[in-house]
Design a protein around this ligand. Structure first.
Ligand code: SF4
Ligand code: SF4
Length: 261
């Protein structure tokens, strides 16, 4: 036992200082391509280039290819599996959470009293397991979300935030609605990962409705497949108004990040 005490004294505090200080550990995230939009000589070329993306994160608009970040799953096909690589630069940060609401509105929902005590009910709507593994890391010493006042609860009756991971499967439709209804107000919904945002790699089918927004209103979305722990922490901090959500074009009626209409 003394060995562990000595090891603790020797190594000091290893918990990340985020959000007080930026996290600088290498490899914190696979990121998104940053050198978009890109303009092609002809609309046809743009359309062919965008077709390499498996989740329609790349959208061709006339001669341009634009990126819809909430749909990106970091597969790198736009770099490695196309004759015309679209992306050479990759964003290395982790503050990805986006919201249909501005920071002031998010902050108003819970008010100051929730800033040091926000309880999360995590619901697996059909996830592959990786998103759940990432959020589990927040309970470990390196991220230690308790220091920021975030706690996991097993019951929706004690929960302030419903964290939904995975595509919205038919089998989990009723359990999700029951959990949401059982939560006291004020309450918020966090869509965790590409699947919860728009169905991700599973899309929509006889067994899946796609994103969780097809059933209940979503307050904040964390893109990624899976999103890294710091991106999830960013979403939780944005929910209580402590940090700004990322700037990203979102259409409130279609939280998959659809543009225009
Ligand atoms: S990394 Fe993959 S999902 Fe993201 S834009 Fe490129 S091809 Fe699409
Ligand atoms: S977003 Fe990716 S990691 Fe998360 S549940 Fe879907 S497939 Fe798995």
């Amino acid at each position: 036992m003394w060995e562990w005490v000595w090891e603790g004294i020797r190594s000091g505090i290893v918990t990340t200082a985020y959000p007080a200080r930026e996290e600088t550990a290498s490899g914190v995230s696979p990121g998104f391509p940053t050198d978009l939009p890109r303009t092609f000589a002809a609309a046809g070329e743009a359309s062919v280039a965008a077709s390499c993306c498996p989740t329609e994160a790349l959208l061709s608009e006339d001669q341009q290819v634009v990126l819809r970040e909430p749909r990106c799953i970091h597969c790198y096909r736009c770099l490695r599996q196309t004759e015309t690589p679209l992306a050479w630069q990759w964003q290395g940060n982790y503050e990805w959470a986006v919201s249909p609401h501005p920071r002031v509105e998010l902050a108003k929902k819970f008010g100051r009293s929730f800033r040091r005590s926000l309880h999360l009910r995590i619901l697996d709507a059909g996830a592959c397991g990786a998103c759940l593994s990432e959020i589990e890391q927040l309970n470990k010493p390196y991220y230690n979300m308790h220091r920021l006042g975030f706690f996991v609860t097993p019951t929706p009756r004690d929960a302030d935030v419903l964290v939904v991971a995975g595509p919205m499967t038919e089998h989990m439709r009723q359990p999700l609605l029951s959990a949401y209804e059982a939560m006291p107000t004020p309450k918020a919904v966090l869509a965790l990962g590409a699947c919860a945002i728009f169905g991700g790699v599973f899309g929509t089918s006889f067994a899946s409705m796609g994103g969780v927004a097809s059933l209940i209103p979503v307050d904040i979305l964390v893109p990624g497949c899976p999103p890294p722990p710091l991106a999830i922490l960013h979403a939780l901090l944005a929910l209580i108004g402590r940090v700004e959500p990322a700037a990203c074009e979102l259409n409130s009626s279609s939280p998959g990040g659809e543009r225009g209409d």
